[in-house]
Design a protein around this ligand. Structure first.
Ligand code: HEC
Length: 97
């Protein structure tokens, strides 16, 4: 998160472009911040190694037969009626992909 804030401070034009172009692939700095977020925030429920906990495992093998659209939808909007929250306020479509 700090890296993203630093990026916002030092390169406001690049940051604004990233936010408005919702499906653009994340920059290197953003990818770094996303990996940390997934380990910490998603790891709280899906396990620190994403091998499962309260939520199911999010490993490559476990998600192999899921479509990208379904994974993006679950990540951004959550699963109503389950503890899986939606993350659309913190992630763009490009981030989730
Ligand atoms: C509060 C706990 C919690 C947190 C935090 C959480 N999840 Fe989940 N997640 C769940 C639960 C519970 C399910 C299973 C929902 C169901 O029963 O369908 C789930 C399901 C999922 C699925 C569907 C998996 C499948 O097998 O279809 C994905 C993808 C997913 N979560 C991604 C994420 C990501 C990415 C994050 C972090 C940005 C995250 N989750 C954070 C609880 C959580």
């Amino acid at each position: 998160m700090r890296r993203v804030l630093l990026l916002a401070l030092f390169a406001p034009a690049a940051f604004a472009a990233q936010v408005t172009d919702a499906a653009a692939p994340p920059t290197f700095q953003r990818q770094h911040a996303l990996v940390r977020m997934v380990r910490q925030d998603c790891g709280a429920c899906h396990g620190m190694k994403l091998t499962g906990g309260l939520g199911p495992p999010l490993t490559r093998e476990a998600l192999a037969d899921r479509s990208i659209e379904s994974l993006v939808a679950t990540t951004l909007y959550g699963r109503p009626g389950t503890p899986m929250p939606g993350w659309h306020s913190m992630l763009s479509v490009g981030d989730a992909q």
